[in-house]
Design a protein around this ligand. Structure first.
Ligand SMILES: NC(=O)c1ccc[n+]([C@@H]2O[C@H](COP(=O)([O-])OP(=O)(O)OC[C@H]3O[C@@H](n4cnc5c(N)ncnc54)[C@H](OP(=O)(O)O)[C@@H]3O)[C@@H](O)[C@H]2O)c1
Length: 252
């Protein structure tokens, strides 16, 4: 007997949905029958995505231009979604940036540091804070996109790793706070995924790895759907989605 619960009729917000993992996650949720609100700063990409999911999967798509660094914009995102869909079952806190890569700490640009913290840390906090009252009402899913760097040192990028360690500490502490209310909290930790992340510094992951060497965004989207379809008793507390040779590369 399967304990999987269907997602049809539920609603979700995906932050950082204009490309990469967020975009693939919006597709995966919509394919499972979820109405999806997609958020990021790139208005045109969001509008196209919202139309695309509605057309391909017959669900409702909603584009909400949002800078997750701004608490008021994040609150508006959540309220607009609840007004449109009548409920919020799933938050995927995914928006993130990779800056300061391969840079000695004393040379990391201060503005880059603040931008990374504002998106990866503040944005995650703002989205969680605004969504939780609604997730509590339905016993929903709070899903964070962490990283392979959420729990191991990254000598080549300490500030990115630190933001993901923060996320892990936050996710598990929030789980302790809201599990009693029936909210499932999950941290998904992918290793490298073929996206444009890091492109601001002229060195995106997609540039550094060939196809088939690392994960594809759709694999993270599928992991989100797996997490959200567990029974209402279960929480997938943490899910590590690694390329198979990652530990060999890290520790050999
Ligand atoms: N790719 C990887 O190897 C990998 C591995 C592990 C974890 N992750 C994590 O996965 C998440 C998504 O990364 P990705 O690889 O898909 O990166 P990506 O392709 O660069 O996409 C990042 C997304 O975040 C959005 N974003 C950036 N700043 C934002 C802001 N201030 N407000 C709202 N949205 C913002 C971007 O949209 P706009 O520019 O339109 O705002 C974009 O949609 C990140 O949290 C990243 O740390 C990635």
């Amino acid at each position: 007997m399967s304990t999987e619960e269907p997602l049809s009729g539920r609603s979700a917000i995906v932050t950082g949905a204009s490309r990469g993992i967020g975009r693939a996650t919006a597709h995966a949720l919509a394919a499972a029958g979820v109405d999806v609100a997609v958020a990021a700063r790139s208005e045109d990409e969001l509008a196209n995505l919202a139309d695309e999911v509605a057309e391909e999967y017959g669900v409702h798509g909603l584009a909400v231009e949002t800078d997750v660094r701004d608490e008021r914009q994040v609150e508006r995102l959540v309220q607009t979604t609840v007004d449109a869909f009548g409920r919020l079952d799933i938050l995927v806190s995914n928006a993130g940036v990779l800056l300061g890569h391969q840079t000695p700490v004393e040379e990391i640009d201060i503005d880059d540091y603040f931008q990374l913290m504002e998106v990866n840390v503040n944005g995650t906090f703002f989205a969680t804070r605004a969504a939780l009252p609604h997730l509590r009402e339905v016993g929903g899913n709070l899903i964070f996109i962490g990283s392979g760097a959420s729990q191991s040192p990254r000598p080549y990028n300490p500030i990115y790793a630190a933001s993901k360690w923060w996320m892990r500490g936050f996710a598990q502490s929030v789980e302790g706070q809201v599990g009693n209310d029936g909210v499932a909290v999950t941290l998904i930790n992918p290793t490298e995924v073929r996206t444009e992340i890091g492109g601001e510094e002229g060195n995106s992951i997609a540039d550094r790895f060939d196809e088939k060497e690392i994960l594809e965004p759709v694999e993270v989207g599928e992991a989100v759907v797996f997490v959200a379809t567990r029974s209402s008793r279960a929480t997938v507390d943490e899910l590590h989605l690694f390329r198979r040779d990652k530990l060999h590369d890290l520790y050999s």
